[in-house]
Design a protein around this ligand. Structure first.
Ligand SMILES: NC(=O)c1ccc[n+]([C@@H]2O[C@H](COP(=O)([O-])OP(=O)(O)OC[C@H]3O[C@@H](n4cnc5c(N)ncnc54)[C@H](O)[C@@H]3O)[C@@H](O)[C@H]2O)c1
Length: 318
């Protein structure tokens, strides 16, 4: 009998899921990826197909989820994640956060596997506590357009705690703050790919509102390290993982314009409904419980991400 651990990763073809597949393969795991390509791409995982430790199921997790054989861990990352995606697919977003999560928790219980679920800083809504600590209950407009994502993730957390408390399932909950890096989709509507692709095309950079709203951006490798440590920890309450270095969106746009060395202008567009004014994680828990903190600063992370975008056919052929 091999003592090689086996892990299921839902949302494997997405931005974060594909980096998680790479990391767990590198750690010596057998990785089972699952995705229905709703917002992900086969290009993010095609390099793994020849690997004997990687299997892939093309499956919608809102349908019954079955994986033959043993599983030691489940990482539940399937869900539309960018505002453009979840506003376009509100019902799928709510279904994957509710029914999809239920299916993943049921599978973990049947396999006696430990499960880590991907929650989000969006559960804090437009926060009245700054920076956001895990004990803050949030300020979400349930019937606003973003409610479909925020409430799906709040339900995901509540359901996960119910499985933990009622069934004694080993569960972990990560609250992910804005993360960036290679394999983000150019057209996913998030600030970084939008600004970088506009600047690379020589177009003006479009900022929502007056750009005074803040965000805190974490490089993907740092996030993946935090996920790995949380999964291996014995802590079952939610943990924030993000980079506390806060920047206004206007400054962020200016940083990207300087990096790409373009003289394009910054133009301002109406702020979307319920756009949070401030976002910054308090990472005391991650520091104390996991010994984790981000290592890659924005200058380095932006260089690496830009190198990826420049390698895409849209830009590399120019
Ligand atoms: N990227 C971030 O900054 C961020 C921040 C907070 C939380 N998260 C969470 O992390 C997870 C991954 O986000 P991402 O940025 O990689 O998004 P992504 O859109 O790149 O990846 C999500 C993946 O889930 C798949 N998927 C969606 N519905 C599915 C279904 N019903 N069945 C099977 N697969 C399905 C998509 O096809 C896609 O490959 C999400 O749960 C998201 O809510 C991400």
């Amino acid at each position: 009998m091999s003592d090689q651990k086996r892990i299921l990763i839902t949302g494997a073809a997405g931005f974060l899921g594909s980096h998680l597949c790479d990391r767990f393969i590198a750690e010596g795991f057998k990785v089972v990826g699952m995705d229905n390509f709703l917002t992900g791409s086969v290009n993010n995982i095609s390099h793994l197909f020849p690997n004997k430790d990687f299997e892939f199921y093309h499956h919608d997790i809102t349908k019954f989820v079955h994986v033959p054989g043993p599983l030691d861990y489940v990482l539940h990352f399937a869900s539309p994640a960018s505002p453009i995606d979840y506003l376009k697919m509100p019902i799928q977003t709510m279904k994957v956060g509710s029914v999809g999560t239920l299916n993943c928790l049921g599978l973990a219980l049947a396999k006696n596997a430990r499960i880590l679920v991907a929650s989000t800083s969006e559960i804090y809504g437009d926060p009245t506590v700054h920076p956001q600590v895990e004990e803050y209950w949030g300020n979400v407009n349930s019937v606003g357009p973003r409610g479909v994502y925020d409430e799906a993730k709040r339900f995901l957390e509540a359901l996960t705690m119910a499985y933990h408390n009622f069934h004694g399932l080993e569960t972990r909950i990560i609250r992910i703050f804005n993360t960036y890096g290679p394999r983000m989709r150019l057209d996913d509507g998030r600030a970084l790919p939008t600004f970088m692709s506009q600047a690379l095309r020589g177009e003006d950079i479009s900022v929502y509102g007056d750009g005074s709203q803040t965000r805190s951006f974490c490089y993907v490798d740092d996030l993946v390290e935090g996920i790995y440590r949380l999964l291996m920890s014995d802590y079952s309450m939610p943990v924030n993982i993000g980079n506390p270095s806060e920047i206004t969106i206007k400054e962020f746009a200016e940083e990207i314009a300087r990096l790409i060395d373009t003289d394009c202008k910054i133009i301002y567009q109406p702020l979307p409904t319920d756009d949070p004014q401030q976002r910054k994680p308090d990472i005391t828990k991650a520091r104390e419980l996991l010994g984790w903190e981000p290592k890659i600063d924005r200058a380095e992370g932006l260089q690496r991400t830009l190198a990826y975008f420049k390698s895409l056919p849209e830009f590399s052929n120019k």
